[in-house]
Ligand binder design. Structure first.
Ligand code: PMP
Length: 291
């Protein structure tokens, strides 16, 4: 990825992709003082850009630092970079971190850096697997108690558990892993939220210790618009036995059907299929009527 073409927006400058470097003594690298976003552009427009940028600011605040660029400035930088990169459909990755001015756990006065990279990242899961539903492993590690970490922050440090879980799942031939929370309730996948369907009703865990995804909220809205009942509640893993359909939601994953989680099996049913299509439609920019 460090060899791609184009430019990266780096502390208010557009720098050649290969030159967007940071020092090895960056606090963000040693102590995980880093927060990021994942966004997608469709037809040249970044979907829900403002919500993502607001979450980036909030993620930083939860880690005790302030990004030295306003929400408006970051939105503008993302839009400008998208144009300069020349993509219609692309993935957008802003990241903010504490710099290398001081070394040690305390780094109150280190510079807060911000970079934005945009590249083409068509499908998070293999397209042929997506339609049939992907297979998930049950993760070994759990999402931590909110009393132990600021779990609403999209903080790099929280992804340690996700990478461990995803690597373990992939080594066993699965596409991803489902993580439980510290109480043993169903939480989320390693980079996406999870939904289930039973008797025409959609069930999804209450996001009280993991990311309340922007896609998750969009899909809940789309489901309710279709007249589906959506219930947010605590879900125990044993309940998966009785669920008929399952899908993941996330900016990168979009709406991805799931066929298998550990010992449980699901079909790619009507509700999942409808929401895959509704989401695909919702992300497209509204075009002015031609001529
Ligand atoms: N959970 C985790 C751990 C994630 O990384 C993501 C992707 N950002 C999500 C959920 C879904 O969030 P969103 O829909 O905002 O992309």
């Amino acid at each position: 990825f460090d060899q791609l073409e184009g430019e990266i927006w780096y502390n208010d400058e557009f720098v050649p992709w290969k030159d967007a470097k940071l020092h090895v003594l960056s606090h963000g690298l040693h102590y995980a003082s880093s927060v990021f976003e994942g966004e997608r552009a469709y037809g040249g427009v970044i979907f829900k850009l403002r919500e993502h940028t607001e979450r980036l600011h909030k993620s930083a605040e939860l880690l005790g630092f302030e990004i030295p660029y306003s929400i408006e400035e970051i939105d503008e930088a993302c839009n400008e970079l998208l144009k300069r990169q020349g993509f219609e459909d692309a993935y957008v990755r802003p990241i903010a971190w504490r710099g290398s001015e001081m070394m040690g756990v305390s780094a109150q006065h280190n510079r807060i850096n911000l970079a934005i990279a945009i590249w083409q990242w068509p499908s998070y899961f293999k397209p042929e697997e997506r339609l049939k539903g992907i297979r998930l492993d049950m993760a070994t590690y759990r999402r931590p108690d909110p009393a132990t970490i600021p779990c609403e922050s999209k903080a790099a440090g929280l992804y340690m558990i996700c990478t461990l879980s995803k690597h373990e799942a992939e080594s066993k031939g699965y596409a991803d892993a489902l993580m439980l929370d510290w109480r043993g309730q169903v939480a989320e996948a390693t980079g996406a939220n999870v939904f289930f369907v039973k008797d025409g009703v959609i069930h999804t865990p209450t996001p009280d210790c993991f990311l309340d995804g922007i896609t998750r909220r969009t899909v809940i809205e789309l489901a309710r618009k279709r007249g589906y009942e959506v219930v947010e509640r605590a879900i125990m893993p044993e309940e998966m036995q009785g669920f008929e359909e399952c899908f993941l939601t996330g900016t990168a994953a979009e709406v991805t059907p799931v066929s298998e989680i550990g010992e449980y099996r699901f079909s790619v049913g009507e509700i999942t299929t409808n929401l895959v299509n509704d989401y695909a439609q919702a992300v497209q920019p509204v075009r002015e009527a031609a001529e």
